[in-house]
Design a binder for this molecule. Structure first.
Ligand SMILES: Cc1ncc(COP(=O)(O)O)c(C=O)c1O
Length: 531
């Protein structure tokens, strides 16, 4: 039987890392979950006792998972290939066969789902810009799910709607604008889309009703190191990717304002209308900050909307020490910031902010009178749903609001500064460890990009051959780290630089020993590579 096999779990060890023991027992006697089904839970069951027992078991599973997430002796992941997961492992089956399973099986399913996933809160998970498991925002997420409401109207989410307003107004002070409007949306990519929509709506409001026909060709610009979500709006909104121009970067990875100006002038000569520039505050791979002041001068000169994609780097606004990296952000027209990245709020938590009040509403409203009735008995400006491109909207604000209440400005400041300090420690470590080499010297943020050269390629004189071999090293080490489950770091090429590791630190559970471990583990996993 499926659940039977799911109870027998491996308790082996790989190297120094324990395979997560999965012999947790449920207090079956209390709940008799084997002979119970969802029909015994609220609202169908006769009492709420079974529901409470069931939820307590779920809570136990979650608590154990949380402990393991922070336990360095536990693996980050127990890797299986897609076909293995699809075929089913040790009784864990992904099939929906149409039968109603017992509550016991449902508990096993919850546990196994976590077991075969990736512990992104683990202190040795450096793979993504969003990492860590922040307990307060996790609690907020549980509260939010229990409230199970929708952000489109004050009518059904009064408290959350006002919290969103409070947070957005607070961001006005932090950015330094005199006016603000904004919205929480499902991620930085959507927020970058909002900014292009608004910029176009500002200069061509009629496109909303008449479509693009008859309007001049628009052109938008971003650095060649910008996140790909800055380009996708060109494809979505009918501007066209060919009218989305890459701007050169300097040796620090900053967009070159003089190249921007040149390309703006060129587009004008071509009879097109330059209307939108993205400056990135914290590029995805390198963590570079475009110089907003210089870019804003160009934008002002040509009357172009300036968007700052601070999805990753926006957190420096919380630190006096690092805020200079976004100097001039107040000169922008709009900003994207993802608290689910650097300040560790659990996914998803992302804001779109603009200093142009009412533009979101004017651009997106559809005035559905079954939802946004104009004759309600309260102030309908709090029915924010018509500002968005969604209808239903998840409550994301509460995770940030509660985190902010719990940690204060100081807590966020400490988080950012500590992550940057750990990154600087890694830089120092790489500089003095044989076989390692920084791709970019002196990173500005917590991204540290580096190569590892196994001994077999260190003495190759032919640079072309050496580079070709080097490009294969990171993928091999990455596959080994995933099989072993000891650590996770991303890799990628960038321009002419062959595959290199990009370590990003955004998890405040990371300490100096974890950084030492990372460097040692890469050596352990890669020293014997011989191509
Ligand atoms: C600079 C930048 N902008 C935007 C995004 C997209 O954010 P999201 O994944 O929340 O859509 C990312 C994601 O890594 C990013 O690094």
């Amino acid at each position: 039987m499926q659940k039977q096999s799911a109870w027998r779990f491996r308790s082996s060890s790989v190297g120094l890392i324990k395979v997560e023991p999965n012999n947790d027992d449920y207090s079956m006697n209390n709940g008799d979950f084997e002979n119970s089904s969802s029909a015994d839970l609220l609202p169908f069951g006769k009492s709420d006792e079974k529901t409470q027992l069931f939820l307590k078991e779920i809570f136990e599973i979650l608590l154990k998972y949380i402990s393991k997430s922070f336990d360095r002796k536990c693996k980050i992941l127990d890797f299986h290939h897609p076909h293995q997961l699809l075929e089913g492992i040790e009784g864990f089956s992904l099939n929906i066969n149409g039968e109603a399973e017992s509550l016991e099986q449902i508990l096993v399913d919850c546990r196994d789902t976590l077991k075969y996933g990736v512990k992104t809160g683990h202190p040795r998970f450096f793979n993504q810009l969003s990492s860590g498991l922040d307990i307060v925002s996790l609690a907020a997420d549980w509260v939010t799910s229990t409230a199970n409401t929708n952000m489109f109207t004050f009518e059904i989410a009064p408290v959350f709607i006002l919290m969103e307003d409070v947070i957005i107004k607070r961001m006005m002070k932090i950015i330094g604008w005199e006016n603000i409007d904004g919205i929480f949306s499902p991620g930085g990519s959507i927020n970058n889309l909002y900014s292009v929509m608004l910029a176009r709506h500002k200069i061509m409001p009629d496109v909303k009703h008449s479509g693009l026909r008859g309007f001049p060709q628009l052109v938008m610009f971003q650095s060649k190191h910008a996140h790909y979500s800055n380009k996708r709006p060109a494809a979505i909104l009918g501007i066209g990717l060919n009218n989305c121009i890459d701007i050169e970067v300097d040796e620090r990875g900053h967009m070159k304002p003089e190249d921007l100006e040149l390309k703006i002038l060129q587009s004008k000569l071509d009879g097109k209308v330059p209307f939108y520039v993205t400056a990135t505050a914290g590029t995805t791979v390198r963590g570079a900050f475009d110089e907003i002041v210089k870019i804003s001068e160009v934008c002002k000169k040509y009357k172009i909307w300036l968007h700052v994609d601070a999805a990753w780097g926006g957190a420096v606004m919380m630190s006096q020490k690092h805020r200079h990296l976004v100097a001039g952000i107040e000169m922008s027209d709009s900003v994207t910031w993802n608290p689910h990245k650097m300040v560790g709020v659990v996914l998803q938590c992302s804001m779109f902010l603009t200093k142009h009040k009412r533009l979101l509403e004017s651009c997106n409203n559809m005035r559905a009178d079954y939802l946004f009735q104009q004759d309600k008995h309260y102030d309908i400006t709090y029915d924010t749903g018509d500002k968005t491109i969604q209808c239903g909207r998840h409550v994301d604000v509460f995770k940030l609001w509660l985190s902010w209440r719990a940690k204060g400005d100081k807590g966020f400041c400490h988080h950012v500064e500590r992550c940057i300090e750990l990154a600087r420690y890694l830089v120092r470590k790489i500089k003095k460890t044989p076989g390692f080499q920084l791709v970019f010297q002196e990173p500005e943020y917590s991204n540290v990009c580096f190569w590892y050269y196994p001994p077999s390629i260190r003495n190759i004189c032919d640079e072309v051959i050496k580079n070709e071999k080097l490009g294969k090293v990171a993928p091999i080490i990455k596959s080994r780290m995933m099989e072993r489950g000891s650590i996770m770091i991303g890799y990628q090429p960038l321009g002419s630089k062959v595959n290199f590791f990009r370590c990003v630190i955004s998890n405040c559970a990371v300490n100096y020993d974890d950084i030492d471990f990372m460097v040692g583990e890469i050596e352990r996993l890669g020293h014997d590579i011989d191509m």
